[in-house]
Every structure is written in C-alpha cells, then in structure tokens.
Design a protein. Structure first.
Lengths: 327, 343
C-alpha cells in the first residue's frame, strides 16, 4: 500500500493507461501547459507531449464533440471539463452524440470516451458552479456514471473507465482532490464499474451514498456508534449501473435505509434507490426510506447558507436516530 | 438560384467560385448519371412509401442535391471519413451501402443498416467511412472535426468530409469546430450544402452575410464556392480541397450552391417559396438532366441507352422497396441490445 491524494491517484491512472495504449489521450481546458486547472494532469504534458495532452480553447461543446468524433473513429479520449457545471454547454454531445450512437447504429459504432472533472459544490462558488450532476447523467441509457470517494477507487475506476468501450461520466470532487488515502500499489489496480463497496460495516441502519458524502456519512456513523447505533455505510462508487444487490443485501441485514446525496432531492439518486428498494426489498424495511439531500434551492453564496444547503454529518446522524427510534 | 449564388465574393483570397467549365471522361459521366439517378429514384420511392405509411417519423429527401454528394464522394479514397446531418440517405448510398439496407432502415425493419433502431436520420457505415446521420443540427461539425483529429493523431493522410447545411452554418458549435480545426490544422473539409432554406427560413432571412463560403475567413480557413447543381464543378472543387487537406494544409471550406425540390421533410408543404422558383430550378438547373445532356451531346449515349440505365436503376430501387416491405420488424428482444458494448 502507498499513500496518495485523490489528485495524484487520478493523474497516475491516466499516465498508466496512456503508457499502455497510444489511443488514449487527454483533451480539455488548461490540461497541458497549466498542468490542469486543479493540477490533476501534473506532469502529463512532459511525459506524453502535446500530441496526447491537448489544451483547448474555452469551447466545451466544440471539444466534447471533437472528442466524441475521435472516439467514433476508435481513439480513446479523456475529455476533462474544468467543472461539470461547464459540461452543460456540451451535454448535447454527451447524450445525443456519445450515449445514443451505439444504439442508433445497431452496434456499428461505439464511443469509448471518458468525460471527467470536478462535480458538485466546492467552496463558496455559488449557484452556477455548485451543482451535482449524478442524477442527470444517471438518467441516460448508454452512459456509465461513476463518482468515487477514496483515492484507490478514483484510480481503479478511472482506469476501468478509460478501458471501457462505452462513454463514461467520471464525477470527481474538488474538495477531495487533496485528501490522502492508502491505495494498492502498481498498474494492475482496477475497480469494476457498477460495484459498490461497504465503507463501514454495521447492523442497525444502512446509509447509501457516494463521492464526498461518503466522508460525511462515515463521520455520522462514528457519532452514532457512540450512541449505540451501528450504521453501515455503502459507497456506491457507480451510479449507473447501480449495484442494487449490494444495497439490498445491506437492507436485508439492517432493515433501515438512508440515502445521502449532495444533489437536489427531486428525481434524484435517492429517489431512484427508494423506488428500487420498494420494489425489490419492501418486506425487509422496518421503516420508510429517508432521503438526505442538498436543499431544494440554487446554491447560496453566504458561508452559513451554503453549509445549510449541503447535507452535513449531523443531519445524517439525526436521520439515523429517527429511523432507529421508529420501532 | 434565389439570387445568392451570383453575388460577387468580397474577398479575393477567399470565397472564390470555381470558374472554368469542367469536362469529364465518358466513364465518369456515366457513373455520375447512374449514381445520381439512383439517389433520385431512391428518394422518390421513399417519398411514396412515406405517403403509404410504410416509413414514419421525419424523412428528409435529397432530391435536387444529388450532384453534391456524388461529386464529392468521387474525390475521396478508402479510409477517408464522411459525416453529415439527418438528410443522409444519399450519403449512405454514396458510401456504398446497398439500397435495400437503407430502405429497410427507413421502414424500421430488422434488415435495416441499424437493425431498424436508427431510422431515416441515424444511419452509419464505418466500413464505408460514413459516420452518420446526425439529428441535431450542427452537432456533426465538431464530430467531423473529431474524425479529422483522429486522422491527424494517427499520422495518416486521410481526410474528413463534414457536411452541414446553410441552417446549421449559424450554430455556434460550427464556429467552435472551425477554430480548433484551423488551430490544429486538421484535415477537415467543411462542406456547406447551401440549399437556400433552413426548413422554412431562407438564407436572406437568417444570415447577416450571405456568402457562407466566407465563414471560415476569421479562422484563416480558405473558402470556395461551387455550383452544387453541376457535378463536375462539385468534383473539381472537392478534388482541390481534398488535395490540400491530404498534404497537411487543411482545413478547407466549400460552399455548394444547391437546391432541394421537396420540402424540408415530408411533412413540410414548402409554402415559403413559390412554385415558379422550384419549377425554374428543376427545368434549368437539374443536376441529372445536366449530365444527361452532356452524355448525349458528346455522343456517349443515346436516348435508348439512357432509358436502359433508367430501367435498371428503377428495378434496383423497386427491389429495395420490396426487400424493405418484406423484411420483418425487429424482434422485441432487440429493444434491449446495443445500449452498451460489453467488453
């Protein structure tokens, strides 16, 4: 094992896959000479040169489309969005051009491409720069959507995403870039897309979440442990395909479920999981599923309001107490 | 031609129209004639089948524009790539796909090129170098630049032909594609099929400067305008642009002045233009008639020989229609295939 930040893990994943396959290249704003707006692509230009690490103008629809076209021709682009907020300029290419082409062509043309970049709220950047797109992309057949928490999962999932013959949305989190984790050494470490992991084992209540909220859920579980409530935290890692079986297995054990996400509640990831559990594990529930989500408002700028708009460990712990008191 | 074509370009460097009358060998003229006629008869049959309810949804016919795709395709070589909008039946035929598989796709049948799941607007043949068939106006411009990017990345000397219409020419992402194609010297030939109308909106009503061949100037992309009703003029302009892009001097821009005889799609009665305008174009500028006259004038073919070609083409298209109607609808299990590739 070796200790790495999420930022370094993502860089290593790209570097290893680029070493292994000349068809893999990185394209986006400030990815080359600037070394990445968040320094994720540090050193890549030096190692791979300007042919494979390509700075673009500020032109999201354009470079996303160029990436998809190159992928149709068989290359394996990694398209970096400086944040997923800006990918809304390019969402037509992500959905109409990338996600649907294999189907529309009857399997003649696939689109092996990764769209990656920070997603969700960062810190005090307000409404237009603080949005979670997990539910948006998870809605779309033809896409895979991943959102790792730890550095090991970030590296292993990014490597899987680059090797995947389908378009993959890779949702990172700016606040996690600098966090360090122990990760397995070597270029062989991959994590399969569509597989959740148990971040903390427990028997009283299941907390299902992803990305930065895994940390909040783990903090809540610590608090709850002191009160005699033993929470299990499931890190989804992938939003689409969703590892339904892992969620169900946990609910069969705990009989209580909380979903936690940073995004808005309406038609969100939690709503999807709730419906799935109703259909597949209703008899195992001792209480209604609770959703903890971002507030149903555009993200406010003021520090106190921003904090209030995002799910916090206290709120998650309180949801667990509510559920565990209900029997 | 709705006035636009005759306007003198303002820049000497860019926006020139291919001037000299072109000539062609007997074999080339015969090929052009047969291929353009095949497209026309195919589209006429598609229109009929649409009227009979055998083809659904949107169906955008290429009738009148046959010279553009035909002249350009003959300037290309294996390995070159082509992409266009939803008006793509002719591009599929030009890429060498059997009319049967195209007609079956229009009819939503299992025998269609996309197994009946793409339809009229979404057809592809990577084998023939054709990458669709795209339903979002203008989206194919960056996609086509991406195909050109792949050629350059791989270091081959292949080129990408990226078609779009006068309507798409006003989409922002087209300019984004121009900028990066020029910045990175991508081997992309942007072909504007200017058929004068973006659905019901004429170029005059939508476009501040109507000489679309000048659209690349701000990016240093040389533009050339050609008579898109004259297959020889199209071919000559395409050959120049292809040669330029093949040797690393891309991208290039071609504006093909053309005209569609039918509505934007089958559901468009085309009331935004006069009957006279359309019939004048058909009578005086028809691309197939042009070649027919050339063949006869040069003594390459007489009426009987041309009638034989007409008969053969008609038979091929009738076979395609019959094949489409006899092909089964896709199996219901097909609904859930091809969503993701399993590695």
């Amino acid at each position: 094992m070796v200790e790495l930040t999420v930022r370094e893990a993502l860089r290593d994943a790209m570097a290893e896959e680029m070493r292994a396959d000349d068809d893999v290249f990185l394209i986006g704003e400030e990815v080359a000479e600037y070394q990445g707006a968040y320094k994720v692509s540090q050193g890549l230009l030096e190692e791979f040169g300007a042919r494979r690490v390509i700075d673009t103008p500020i032109t999201e629809a354009g470079f996303a489309g160029i990436g998809v076209g190159a992928a149709m021709a068989g290359l394996k682009p990694i398209v970096e969005f400086m944040t997923f907020n800006f990918a809304m300029q390019a969402i037509d290419h992500i959905i109409n051009s990338a996600a649907k082409t294999n189907y529309m062509s009857g399997g003649l043309i696939n689109v092996p491409i990764v769209f990656r970049g920070p997603n969700g709220a960062a810190s005090r950047v307000a409404a237009q720069h603080s949005q979670c797109y997990a539910a948006w992309y998870a809605h779309v057949p033809g896409l895979k959507v991943v959102a790792p928490f730890s550095a090991g999962d970030a590296k292993g999932l990014l490597k899987s995403a680059i090797r995947d013959p389908n378009p993959v949305i890779f949702l990172e989190n700016e606040l996690l870039y600098g966090q360090s984790f122990e990760i397995p050494e070597g270029a062989d470490h991959t994590v399969p897309i569509g597989s959740a992991s148990v971040a903390r084992s427990g028997g009283d209540v299941t907390i299902v979440t992803f990305s930065i909220m895994v940390g909040k859920a783990l903090a809540a579980a610590e608090t709850l442990a002191g009160e005699g409530i033993d929470a299990e935290v499931i890190d989804l890692r992938s939003i689409r395909p969703l590892d339904q079986d892992s969620i169900i297995a946990s609910v069969e054990k705990t009989n209580r479920l909380i979903t936690v996400e940073e995004g808005w509640p309406t038609a969100g990831v939690g709503a999807e999981i709730s419906a799935m559990i109703m259909q597949r594990a209703f008899d195992h529930l001792d209480a209604p599923v609770l959703r903890v989500s971002g507030a149903d408002v555009p993200m406010p700028y003021a520090a106190n309001l921003e904090s209030q708009a995002l799910p916090q460990a206290d709120e998650i712990a309180e949801a667990a107490r509510t559920l565990c008191r209900s029997d | 031609m709705a006035g636009a074509k005759k306007k003198k370009p303002k820049s000497a460097k860019s926006g020139k129209q291919s001037g000299a009358k072109q000539s062609a060998s007997r074999a080339s003229l015969e090929t052009y004639y047969r291929e353009m006629l095949t497209i026309r008869r195919f589209e006429e049959k598609a229109g009929q089948m649409y009227g009979m309810g055998l083809i659904g949804g949107f169906c955008h016919l290429y009738i009148g524009q046959e010279a553009v795709v035909t002249g350009i395709q003959h300037a290309l070589e294996p390995g070159d790539t082509v992409i266009t909008s939803y008006r793509c039946h002719a591009h599929m035929l030009a890429a060498g796909v059997d009319a049967k598989a195209v007609m079956a796709e229009l009819s939503g049948r299992a025998g269609g090129v996309s197994k009946g799941k793409g339809g009229s607007m979404h057809m592809f043949t990577p084998e023939g170098g054709f990458y669709g068939g795209h339903g979002i106006v203008g989206a194919q411009a960056p996609l086509g630049a991406g195909l050109g990017f792949a050629h350059k990345y791989r270091g081959n000397d292949r080129v990408s032909v990226t078609y779009f219409g006068d309507g798409a020419a006003n989409q922002g992402q087209v300019f984004e594609a121009f900028n990066m194609a020029a910045l990175w010297k991508l081997p992309v030939i942007f072909v504007i099929e200017n058929n004068q109308y973006a659905m019901g909106t004429s170029v005059a009503r939508s476009t501040a400067v109507q000489e679309l061949c000048q659209r690349g100037e701000a990016f240093g992309i040389p533009g050339n305008q050609a008579d898109g009703m004259d297959v020889l003029a199209v071919h000559a302009a395409a050959k120049d642009a292809v040669a330029m892009c093949r040797t690393g001097d891309g991208p290039a821009l071609l504006e093909m002045m053309t005209y569609r005889y039918r509505g934007h799609s089958m559901s468009d009665p085309a009331k935004y233009r006069s009957r006279e305008e359309v019939s004048k174009m058909r009578q005086e500028r028809d691309p197939i008639e042009n070649v027919r006259r050339m063949l006869v004038a040069a003594g390459h073919a007489d009426d009987d020989a041309l009638k034989d070609v007409d008969r053969e083409v008609k038979a091929e298209i009738n076979d395609a229609a019959e094949y489409a109607q006899n092909s089964l609808e896709p199996d219901s299990a097909e609904m859930h295939t091809d969503i993701l590739v399993t590695a």
